[in-house]
Design a protein around this ligand. Structure first.
Ligand SMILES: C[S@@+](CC[C@H](N)C(=O)[O-])C[C@H]1O[C@@H](n2cnc3c(N)ncnc32)[C@H](O)[C@@H]1O
Length: 361
């Protein structure tokens, strides 16, 4: 696939566009645009354990110097244009993605990427509990597809999904599923020790670093002694990406970090579970290819993430001084390059059990 088939041909090159944007925003730094920053090349492996995980990449350097001039905080989002998309309007939330029909479509694709990557909906050993009619909660359920599938697969289970906004089905749904609006950072509308199994998935762009322990402590509160929690999240790093797209992505990493989020938190969530009081914590890492270089899953993952980054433009465009159109071209170019570089992302799954003899707080 060449650039013209992705629609790059009639646009300025990435260097032109970056130079133009940086000239506007960072006049003294314009000569630094576009030089490649090398990334480590790692083997693509499936279902590796945490023991083999790579050390965190340092994304500082030129890109960091440049981006540090674009101070970003969550409140900036409310001043940004919405690019024709609908976003959450919850002032206390840093969540950067939209909540419209286009995002619902993306989240359904996202669900199937994760399900394919992890070989199913469950990484915690809860099948028997669910077959016996366990109570399940999906935090940040989005359109509710995971909860609906669990309700379908385990018809005796009682399944709940909560989200900040009602993207989930409100009337037509299986009888063993309930959805509600709720914020995991505020007290969830459930008593202590209520659920046999709680999942929270894909929150890397939803919680500030200091909010993670709050959310996981709330999960601990609502899980029954002997019950399980499952966290699945993405490590926001393209392995093998290089050149200008790598520099562009590094700059995005700086911006999201400045907004208070930790794009590399996924690999650490097992430690967070232990700290909250969970035991028997186990962690799994899988690598998912990005782009058709590795078949259907790679294509799906690329479509999911490309669309996700476009949706996150409300955070990135103002900080990079790019229009929505310029930003989208660069994002599409980045995914085109990721395919050429046979790039991949790592996903982490963690699960842990609440001690049987432990009372909730
Ligand atoms: C990236 S989506 C993931 C959806 C789904 N969990 C999945 O993995 O397919 C994150 C979801 O979390 C919700 N969310 C973000 N912050 C939240 C919070 N503080 N409490 C509850 N839900 C939240 C968003 O509205 C969004 O639907």
């Amino acid at each position: 696939m060449d650039g013209s088939s992705l629609g790059f041909a009639s646009h300025p090159t990435i260097l032109d566009m970056r130079s133009h944007a940086f000239t506007r925003l960072f006049p003294t730094l314009q000569n630094h645009c576009g030089s490649p920053i090398c990334s480590p090349i790692l083997p693509l492996s499936q279902s590796l354990t945490m023991g083999t995980q790579q050390s965190k990449k340092n994304s500082n350097g030129r890109s960091s110097d440049r981006s540090s001039k674009a101070s970003v905080d969550a409140s900036n989002q409310n001043k940004c244009p919405n690019f024709g998309r609908t976003y959450h309007d919850i002032k206390s939330s840093v969540y950067i993605l939209p909540s419209d029909d286009r995002e619902i479509d993306r989240l359904i694709l996202h669900h199937y990427c994760i399900k394919l990557g992890f070989n199913g909906n469950l990484i915690a050993p809860v099948e028997d509990i669910l077959n016996e009619g366990g109570r399940v909660l999906d935090i940040g359920c989005g359109p509710g597809i995971w909860a609906l599938e669990i309700a379908h697969d385990f018809e005796c289970a009682e399944v709940h999904g909560i989200d900040l906004v009602p993207m989930f089905p409100q009337q037509i749904k299986p009888p063993n599923v309930e959805f509600a609006i709720s914020n995991v950072l505020e007290r969830l509308p459930f008593p202590d020790n209520y659920f046999d199994f709680v999942q929270m998935r894909s929150f890397v762009v939803a919680l500030r670093t200091y909010e993670w322990p709050v959310a996981i402590q709330e999960i601990f509160r609502v899980v029954k002694p002997g019950g399980w929690a499952q966290l699945i999240d993405i490590d926001q790093k393209f392995f093998r990406l290089d050149g200008e797209s790598k520099a562009f992505f590094d700059e995005m990493t700086v911006i999201i970090t400045q907004a208070g989020l930790d794009p590399f938190i996924a690999k650490h969530l097992g430690k967070y579970l232990k700290k909250a009081g969970f035991e028997d914590v186990q962690s799994t890492r899988i690598s998912i290819p990005i782009g058709p270089w590795k078949g259907q899953l790679g294509q799906m993952m690329s479509d999911d993430m490309c669309e996700g980054f476009i949706g996150a433009g409300r955070l990135y465009c103002p900080a990079m001084n790019l229009t929505a159109e310029e930003y989208e071209v660069l994002i599409r170019k980045m995914f085109h390059d990721a395919n050429k570089c046979e790039s991949y992302y790592n996903w982490y799954g963690h699960h842990g059990r609440k001690p049987i003899d432990q009372d909730s707080m």
